[in-house]
Ligand binder design. Structure first.
Ligand SMILES: O=c1ccn([C@H]2C[C@H](O)[C@@H](COP(=O)(O)OP(=O)(O)OP(=O)(O)O)O2)c(=O)[nH]1
Length: 151
């Protein structure tokens, strides 16, 4: 995969070496010029991750996820829940940043270079659709949905 470093500070912050470190994800840095206050419950803010990717082929995609500590302990999550990076997207990766804490809580201050999200890569399946009126195979669950098997 080719990566363009759009923010030169990433050279010093370090591209993650997740392939040898055993981590599943690369951390994404907040490419901001000064500390940034994110108010509780304010509309999500797009923050540059400072990199762009060129996927080798269309068989995998990227998912931007919150970091567990940032989300659970601090309330810093993603305004889009999960970000999908399409394999044909070559623009800068952006992080939809949201302070989920209740209104009135202190703002969260993000520092330049802080790792505010992470990205994993997933294989993409593209099943062919066959339009039918009824399914050819019956299952025990059928249309039993939420809670249908008990609490
Ligand atoms: O957290 C994210 C989510 C998306 N993107 C970029 C990559 C992705 O390929 C593109 C479009 O995202 P998506 O397909 O989820 O957006 P959409 O709202 O469905 O718009 P589109 O019509 O562009 O597909 O935006 C990011 O940089 N960060």
């Amino acid at each position: 995969m080719e990566v363009r470093i759009l923010d030169p500070r990433i050279h010093e912050w370090g591209l993650p070496d997740y392939q040898t470190a055993g981590s599943a994800a690369i951390d994404l840095f907040a490419c901001i010029d000064a500390p940034l206050n994110i108010a509780a419950q304010a509309p999500a803010m797009l923050i540059s991750a400072g990199i762009a990717l060129s996927f080798d082929d269309f068989s995998f995609a990227g998912l931007v996820l919150p970091r567990s500590g940032q989300g659970h302990k601090r309330g810093l999550v993603l305004g889009n829940s999960t970000g999908l990076i399409d394999p044909d997207y070559t623009g800068e990766i952006l992080i939809s940043t949201w302070n989920r804490n209740p209104a009135g809580c202190d703002p969260i201050t993000i520092q330049p270079g802080e790792r505010i999200a992470q990205m994993i890569f997933v294989p993409v399946l593209r099943p062919a659709f066959t339009v039918v009126d009824g399914f050819s195979r019956a299952t025990a669950r059928a249309a039993g949905g939420f809670g249908s098997t008990g609490a």
